[in-house]
Design a protein around this ligand. Structure first.
Ligand code: CTP
Length: 217
């Protein structure tokens, strides 16, 4: 199977020295890419800025902003079977980029932010068999929010994790996820190192992908 995995944060520039970003480390996405490669799949890894060594064998595409990630996903979509949208894409970006460094002022500074493009929600599937996998990082109402993302972003699968504590989710080496499927089924993977979660996840995704591809023939 041919995977596209997105990973890490995006950075939305404010001026030449500042940007908006988030705490994503990229560890979950990189672990998924590594696990997919270990299972013999091909992987295009579209990565925001992270300090991780990419798994050998991955076709690495490095991006910085949400717009660059959007372009990279669209450029590679048609050549793949499954998109795993693990990146923590910024939801907002500055309305304008100041080419000069913004100088400190005595008064409060207001930044105008505009929504970034939602890569998942705006996606056109290259084929009906193509598998779209979204992530949901939540601090509250995990199931309700994940189900909403599954519907609103027209995903086949949403992998949800609770990011309210320090022991799971962003920056941590461990995670605990619940996988929600379009048909209403759900499956929990208990707390474990991200590499172990990734292996279980890749098995579930390749089974789902296989089912679709064999249905077609
Ligand atoms: N996502 C995306 N494009 C964006 C923002 C998010 O494709 N501009 C994707 C993420 O990669 C993830 C899914 O949408 O697979 C859910 O991301 P998340 O940050 O949990 O949710 P949001 O849609 O940003 O909503 P909220 O922040 O309100 O929870």
């Amino acid at each position: 199977m041919r995977f596209i995995v997105t990973a890490g944060p995006t950075r939305e520039p404010i001026d030449p020295v500042r940007y908006l970003s988030n705490r994503s480390s990229g560890k979950m996405g990189y672990a998924i890419a590594e696990a997919a490669l270990a299972e013999g799949h091909s992987v295009i890894l579209i990565s925001g800025p992270v300090s991780l060594i990419p798994p050998s064998g991955a076709n690495l595409v490095q991006v910085t902003t949400s717009d660059e990630m959007d372009d990279a996903v669209h450029a590679h979509l048609a050549a793949c079977d499954v998109l795993v949208m693990c990146a923590a894409v910024a939801d907002y970006k500055p309305a304008t980029f100041s080419t000069r460094k913004i100088k400190k002022q005595k008064n409060a500074l207001t930044l105008e932010l505009i929504p970034t493009r939602d890569i998942l929600a705006s996606l056109t599937r290259p084929s009906p068999e193509f598998l779209v996998v979204g992530f949901a990082a939540e601090t509250d109402d995990l199931e309700a929010n994940a189900q909403k993302k599954l519907r609103d972003k027209k995903c086949d699968i949403v992998v949800a994790n609770d990011v309210s504590g320090n022991e799971s989710g962003m920056e941590s080496d461990e995670n605990e996820v619940t996988i929600f499927f379009r048909n209403g089924e759900k499956e929990k993977i208990s707390r474990a190192p991200k590499k172990i979660i990734a292996r279980a996840l890749v098995k579930i995704l390749s089974n789902a992908c296989e089912k679709r591809l064999t249905k077609k023939t």
